[in-house]
Design a protein around this ligand. Structure first.
Ligand SMILES: [Zn+2]
Length: 382
């Protein structure tokens, strides 16, 4: 199915295969002698290896998740405070906390009642909201006009509304998404101290400690955001003198799976050497990224450059290339890159932030879907 030049023979293929299969075939590198023999792979994951994690992810992707899953789980997942409080929130909402009610069911204790209230069953809602020791704490924080609603909502709704910061129950709404979980956490600690150590912490101290928790977590989250912003704003920089830098990117339409790649070679002064764009057919975005890297490397080699920095924003593509160098990796595209890698030149692969890879991204989006030929640009078309 290849012509005398070793390329896919479209004259034969076109009459025999439907268009969507032809496009999938186009995105595969044509067979070469140096490629290892074909193997069966797990088609639903980028690196063609089966893992439970990948099967689970595919299952999730095929489920209409947003419509079926309670959004509160998502709120817990995105909680920006301490990890141990996040896990605690998960336990609370799952009603997995070891309250006396739960302990009795497991025969850890004969009494399911609250130590403070004596005649009340101690479940999650009781410990964290209705027990007098909890009520004293909430009363300080909650707007008096909203108190009856706060204490009468069904537990799940109460928990979700407060986490979302839309509860409008508090005197000061500032950072309630941090303070509310911190109070729950400290109420639970207060209860454990009482049950297991015989110590009763005053409500004032629970409030003060919760506020301190919330304040420090908010400050830590803000610092983290600034750090992320600093990393993301790292702009593109030229390579050292004597080196050439290749920036590549891949793009894929989520509607029909058509994918393209683009890239540019620039020298140590940042001067444009040559750019390219190419429609590659139908494939995953990581395959499009690999097309970009392979095409750019071949171009740099042909132009005679022997010291090349390759920058991509695709961690997955870099991972697949790395796997190949350790003997793994099933993609023909990765093999093609490997064939180029072992030539006599110096290469550095590097990850770049998406924002800084903007030129390659725009080149990839320039690709015309009418042809599978690579289009080259001696000057920037952008
Ligand atoms: Zn109680």
């Amino acid at each position: 199915m290849v012509d005398s030049a070793g390329e896919w023979d479209w004259r034969i293929l076109q009459g025999r295969l439907p268009q969507h299969i032809l496009l999938c075939l186009a995105a595969m590198h044509r067979p070469q002698q140096s490629f290892p023999i074909d193997r069966v792979g797990w088609g639903l994951w980028d690196d063609r290896r089966f893992s439970i994690k990948s099967a689970y992810q595919v299952r999730l992707d095929h489920t209409d998740r947003l419509d079926t899953v309670d959004p509160t789980w998502k709120i817990i997942h995105h909680f920006r405070g301490l990890q141990r409080i996040k896990i605690f929130l998960w336990l609370v909402y799952h009603k997995k906390l070891m309250t006396n009610d739960k302990r009795t069911r497991r025969h850890f204790t004969p009494d399911n009642k609250c130590l403070v209230c004596i005649d009340m069953v101690e479940d999650v809602d009781h410990v964290l909201r209705h027990c007098p020791s909890a009520k004293l704490v909430w009363t300080v924080l909650i707007n008096p006009m909203k108190r009856s609603e706060f204490f009468s909502l069904p537990f799940e709704q109460w928990f979700a509304l407060n986490l979302r910061q839309q509860g409008d129950f508090v005197r000061e709404l500032k950072d309630w998404d941090m303070l509310f979980p911190a109070v729950l956490w400290n109420l639970w600690k207060q209860r454990n101290d009482r049950v297991f150590n015989g110590v009763t912490e005053e409500w004032g101290s629970v409030v003060a400690r919760s506020k301190w928790f919330a304040d420090s977590s908010t400050a830590a989250a803000a610092t983290l955001r600034i750090q992320h912003a600093a990393v993301a704003s790292n702009s593109w920089c030229p390579p050292e003198d004597g080196w050439v830098k290749l920036n590549t990117d891949g793009t894929r339409s989520s509607i029909d799976g058509r994918a393209a790649c683009g890239g540019v070679l620039r020298d140590h002064t940042g001067t444009w050497i040559r750019g390219f764009t190419r429609f590659v057919g139908r494939c995953s975005v990581v395959e499009a990224e690999l097309w970009g890297i392979g095409t750019g490397m071949a171009l740099a080699w042909e132009l005679g450059y022997r010291q090349l920095v390759i920058e991509t924003d695709s961690v997955d593509a870099l991972r697949l290339i790395e796997q190949r160098s350790k003997g793994g990796g099933p993609f023909t595209l990765v093999h093609r890159i490997h064939v180029l890698r072992v030539l006599d030149w110096r290469l550095v692969f590097s990850k770049i932030g998406r924002d800084s890879n903007d030129v390659a991204d725009r080149l990839a989006k320039l690709a015309s879907y009418a042809s599978l030929d690579t289009e080259f640009f001696d000057e920037s078309p952008l």
